[in-house]
Design a protein around this ligand. Structure first.
Ligand SMILES: Cc1ncc(COP(=O)(O)O)c(C=O)c1O
Length: 374
């Protein structure tokens, strides 16, 4: 904490807030350029869309700018209706968030009371832990098995105090999935009442394995399910901050009680609505991700790294030593990737699939730095 932090803070701020370690984001390009004096740095660290935003979204936002003096519609009915139509749901089964992160926060706000537990994979997306701790809950982290969510162990970690189970499919930061049979076995073993299963599908659009479960197929299961998706990845709108949740109406109604009005701004609503219809941009995005993945996996394997099989727009690779020196040497080459030390996987690095030239730049830099860091 800052040296100027007043000493009386611990008397007035709950200890579960003071003990939350802050979220560690991917390093911004500007910060690297400033710190190391490198030019034309590339960021392949936050699983953003390397093709940029949907052109339709850009055009729609430009049009809408003139109306930005007006508050947005609080519950974003047009966007909710469009999403509901796409997935065959009622608009009241859809909630929007300032990123899907915000909907995780709503879920923890509603379901976690001090001392309650939330089960999640160890090394999982760190917002799960942060939102649970923010409401005084206890994150119960279950180690991955061969880099994938260990559903049997997660079910075994559920107790009478468990109020939320977080499951990311594909998982972040590994990109691994679970099979439909595993998922159904897992659902079948969870208690029918008392908890919410959050299926985080931030990377669902990238999945190609037909055996990967689709959370939406289980919205009517006896176990209450909340599916989270986002416009940050395949739709290229990470900076706009729009995510959405889909669940039975009573769950959405509860989450809405803690949702601030106007939580998704009007430009973001406009952009997301246009991006949803921009099938061409999504198609180009998925093709670039597939081609980039093939190229990177081939190169990484060729260099002798263990490559974790990924169904997302990123891939993690591991070495039999701490990967931090490789990560730092890549920074000096102007390539920002993610060292997975803060995810409990210090031997691994995660790289977001970039454009072809970004992927090549990363591979060339890696080939240069690996011999010097061994
Ligand atoms: C697994 C996972 N879930 C959710 C998110 C957050 O998405 P959003 O930008 O919609 O908040 C991310 C972002 O990196 C992620 O990796």
């Amino acid at each position: 904490m800052d040296v100027n932090t007043p000493g009386w803070l611990s008397e007035v701020v709950a200890s579960h807030i003071l003990s939350i370690p802050p979220y560690v984001p991917g390093k911004p390009v500007e910060e690297l350029e400033r710190e190391l004096g490198v030019e034309r740095a590339v960021k392949m660290a936050s699983n953003e869309n390397p093709l940029g935003p949907s052109p339709r979204a850009l055009a729609a936002v430009q049009q809408h700018l003139r109306a930005s003096h007006v508050y947005p519609e609080s519950s974003a009915p047009r966007l909710r209706t469009a999403l509901a139509e796409r997935y065959g749901l009622s608009p009241d089964s859809v909630i929007l968030g300032n990123g899907s992160d915000e909907i995780m926060q709503f879920a923890a706000h509603v379901f976690i009371r001090p001392g309650d537990e939330a089960v999640m994979g160890a090394n999982a997306f760190s917002m799960y832990r942060i939102v649970v701790e923010a409401f005084g809950g206890i994150p119960v982290q279950v180690p991955l098995k061969r880099h994938a969510s260990d559903l049997k162990a997660m079910a075994g970690a559920v107790t009478e105090r468990t109020r939320i189970v977080f499951l990311a499919v594909p998982n972040s930061p590994t990109g691994t999935i679970v099979s439909r049979a595993e998922f159904e076995g897992f659902l079948g073993s969870l208690p029918r009442k008392g908890l919410l299963l959050v299926v985080d599908e931030a990377y669902r659009e990238y999945v190609r394995d037909p055996d990967c479960p689709i959370g939406l197929d289980y919205l009517n299961h006896e176990v209450p399910v909340l599916v989270l998706r986002t416009f940050s990845k395949a739709y290229g709108l990470a900076g706009m901050r729009v995510g959405y949740g889909m669940a039975r109406e009573w769950i959405v109604e509860l989450l809405n009680r803690v949702r601030p009005p106007f939580n998704v701004n009007s430009l973001a609503q406009t952009a997301a609505l246009a991006a949803l219809d921009d099938e061409e941009h999504v198609r180009r995005t998925l093709t670039a991700a597939r081609e980039g993945m093939e190229y990177l996996v081939g190169e990484l394997k060729g260099l002798g790294f263990e490559v974790i099989p990924s169904e997302a727009n990123f891939v993690a690779f591991c070495m039999n030593r701490d990967a931090r020196p490789v990560y730092e040497a890549l920074l000096r080459e102007g390539v920002i990737v993610r060292h997975l030390g803060s995810f409990g996987m210090p031997e691994c690095i995660r790289v977001t699939i970039g454009t072809h030239s970004e992927n090549e730049r990363f591979v060339h830099a890696l080939k240069r730095v690996v011999p010097c860091t061994a």
